[in-house]
Design a protein around this ligand. Structure first.
Ligand code: UT7
Length: 329
């Protein structure tokens, strides 16, 4: 029997209705639409404003659409991985809550961190379960409600992040398609430049932690910018070389949407045509684990069966990597 591959058989996404525009941010912090647009490429982000709504609720909306699009009954799903750094609670995992809310009763699930690389790491993890033959319908969610950990008095971070969720279905295929190969890297010394310190075992949530605003995301932008460009560029090159592919073979590059200047720098450094680079950062900002599946969702109509696509991400950790997929429908 030929080796099983994990094919993506559907993609879906959800962003909340609430909009936070650059003009809105001008009223919150010392910034301008011009600065945000020219330095990041972001025009607006979607924010969940309804009280009591969490990452699982955005994910649920994406999963419901995915089940309908792939004609899948919740009972058939046997695994769900949720990539997120904004889980509903520290425990239990948000994946379990999503399954409960979606009526997925025959599956096990867990969360995966890895920040902005979370969706990519989860995609390859889920693919292994399909390739081994042990699981037949695996849902990979990438979702973050960044508004729950963003400090709206800090202009260096609040202009960047937004809320959103995306999801893909993985199913076995005997054709050589779906998730083909990945290169993943990590460097824990990067934790000093991008983190949320309070609420874990290092710094349990206390009044002092709150007063010191340690419950919000912290980023040293310039350090992260340089590492993101270098990390994504080298990972993309490495995964293509390993698979004897050239940039001419690639139909689409799907980079993590953190900053338009990072996206353009990566494309330019590998001499890849910008019109073949998926980009929707102007609409959503950086939704962390949500960016890659939301790109696939937005460009789905332009994808053709057999297209070779390279996804790449860089995020907190530091974590980074690149994955080659062959589009299966
Ligand atoms: O997704 C996870 C990975 N994250 C990323 O990849 C994000 C990587 N970093 C970035 O995208 C960029 O570094 C930022 C968008 C965060 C910042 O842009 P930058 O071009 O690197 O700006 P900077 O930090 O070098 O700051 C330049 C100036 C500073 O003023 P001075 O010191 O030159 O007077 C900042 O205080 O811009 C100032 N500044 C702002 N001005 C207006 C920083 N944020 C703002 C703002 N509005 N929102």
């Amino acid at each position: 029997m030929s080796r099983l591959h994990a094919a993506i058989t559907g993609v879906a996404g959800y962003v909340p209705e609430g909009i936070l525009s650059n003009k809105d941010l001008e009223k919150l912090v010392e910034t301008t639409d011009e600065w945000i647009t020219s330095r990041t490429g972001i025009k607006k982000r979607h924010i969940e404003r309804e009280e009591g709504k969490a990452t699982s609720d955005m994910s649920l909306e994406a999963v419901k659409i995915l089940l309908e699009k792939t004609n899948t009954s919740p009972d058939e799903v046997d695994m769900l991985i949720c990539a997120t750094v904004t889980p509903d609670m520290t425990f239990p995992d948000t994946a379990n809550t999503i399954c409960d809310k979606a009526g997925i009763k025959n599956a096990f699930g867990f969360d995966l961190g890895a920040a902005c690389s979370g969706f990519l790491f989860a995609l390859t993890t889920g693919a292994k379960y399909i390739e081994s033959g042990s699981h037949k319908k695996v849902i990979i969610v990438g979702a973050d409600m960044m508004s729950s950990i963003v400090d709206y008095t800090d202009r260096t971070t609040c202009v960047i992040f937004g809320d959103g969720a995306g999801a893909v279905m993985l199913e076995p295929s005997e054709e050589e398609e779906g998730v083909l190969d990945s290169i993943f890297k990590g460097d824990g010394s990067g934790r000093h430049f991008l983190h949320k310190k309070a609420g874990g075992s290092l710094m349990p949530m206390t009044q002092k932690a709150l007063d010191d605003r340690q419950h919000f995301a912290y980023q040293e932008g310039r350090q992260v910018f340089k590492a993101a460009v270098n990390g994504m560029t080298s990972a993309v090159k490495e995964v293509l070389e390993k698979n004897n592919l050239t940039f001419d073979d690639i139909a689409w590059l799907v980079p993590h949407q953190a900053n338009m200047r990072i996206i353009n720098s990566v494309a330019d450094m590998i001499d890849f045509p910008r019109e073949k680079v998926m980009c929707n950062i102007s609409e959503y900002g950086n939704t962390t684990a949500g960016t890659l599946p939301l790109c696939l969702r937005d460009y789905e109509d332009q994808l053709k069966k057999g297209d070779l696509i390279v996804l790449t991400a860089f995020g907190g950790g530091f974590t980074w990597g690149a994955t080659i997929i062959k589009w299966a429908y």
